[in-house]
Design a binder for this molecule. Sequence first.
Ligand SMILES: *[C@@H]1O[C@H](CO)[C@@H](O)[C@H](O)[C@H]1NC(C)=O
Ligand SMILES: *[C@@H]1O[C@H](CO)[C@@H](O)[C@H](O)[C@H]1NC(C)=O
Ligand SMILES: *[C@@H]1O[C@H](CO)[C@@H](O)[C@H](O)[C@H]1NC(C)=O
Ligand SMILES: *[C@@H]1O[C@H](CO)[C@@H](O)[C@H](O)[C@H]1NC(C)=O
Ligand SMILES: *[C@@H]1O[C@H](CO)[C@@H](O)[C@H](O)[C@H]1NC(C)=O
Length: 309
Amino acid sequence: MKDSNTNKARFILSCFLILFFLFMLASNQVPFNNTLQLSPKTTTKASQLSNTTSSSENKNNLRILIGILTLPDQYLRRHLLRLVYAAQPPPPGAKIDVKFVFCNLTKEDQKILVSLEIMQYNDIIILNCKENMNKGKTLTYFSSLPELLNDTVSPPYHYVMKADDDTYIRFNTLVESLKPLPREDLYYGYVIPCGSMDPFVHYMSGMGYLVSWDIVKWIRGSDIPRKQFEGPEDKVFGEWMREGRKGKNRFNAKWFMYNFPEPPTTCTHELWPDTIAVHLLKNQEKWVRTLQYFNVTQGLKPSKLYHID
Ligand SMILES: *[C@@H]1O[C@H](CO)[C@@H](O)[C@H](O)[C@H]1NC(C)=O
Ligand SMILES: *[C@@H]1O[C@H](CO)[C@@H](O)[C@H](O)[C@H]1NC(C)=O
Ligand SMILES: *[C@@H]1O[C@H](CO)[C@@H](O)[C@H](O)[C@H]1NC(C)=O
Ligand SMILES: *[C@@H]1O[C@H](CO)[C@@H](O)[C@H](O)[C@H]1NC(C)=O
Ligand SMILES: *[C@@H]1O[C@H](CO)[C@@H](O)[C@H](O)[C@H]1NC(C)=O
């Protein structure tokens, strides 16, 4: 009697396990060329999913590196970006490191001023290269990371992003969009050309594209990127992915990522609440309008020391 009961229990348990795995399988099959669904319903589903798996694979601790490729002399831009990113609370279940990335310093004043920044913020990576935009800086960035980070946990980051310094990235929506996605062989971003929604043709825009750590290691080791690294960096990156048959998992983050609405083109979109990134913030006015729209100063505490209204 007792035996048959335990057998029954075992049988039911294995049914549940099988169902669970089927469910996991099915949810991993969600096509990555689909648009992102950030509706409350999907978000709830994703967080339940991460709860149930958290004990086995620690889904809750997503590590992301955002490398902003910029120039040593862009002191004011870095100042603004630091303010903007410091104002975003870290999203639950994720750790995001923002680093500014440039090549060898070339001027005496940079040695002092950039050193001071590093002493204060420690958020700068200086690669061994001569400053350039479309002659391999992106390759140097990705291929340097495995060694630069070889003394930390493994993998140092689950995802690595390359972003422009005129892109505003919102951490919460970024993380929510990444949680359901695979952590292997992922190539994520805003599909080019602007009119296309198919991530398996062409490439992801340089405004901000992201890959999983296995692709970073592949870039480090493969001959393919070394053969061809000149030209528009985002396009060239897409060619590596194609030639290396990498990025079997792709995610088109359009229209959660887009160019600033003005002047309107096929690449622009109105500012809207579920935004992951806004690109082409080329001047202060565009930054201010974007930051205003996303209520970034909402957390300002009242004080008798100032009045802002
Ligand atoms: C995903 O992309 C593939 C290849 O481009 C296409 O055949 C398929 O219909 C797309 N699926 C969805 C749901 O858009
Ligand atoms: C999942 O975790 C969140 C916090 O991390 C918690 O609020 C929520 O209740 C959990 N959901 C389930 C189904 O356990
Ligand atoms: C960058 O600087 C390092 C250290 O000073 C030097 O060894 C290296 O040759 C420089 N690289 C380039 C490409 O100029
Ligand atoms: C990390 O990389 C550096 C530079 O290539 C190397 O000297 C060092 O031995 C490596 N450390 C580990 C732990 O692999
Ligand atoms: C900003 O705050 C206003 C007023 O509280 C609100 O109506 C609006 O939805 C908020 N915008 C965003 C993007 O959260």
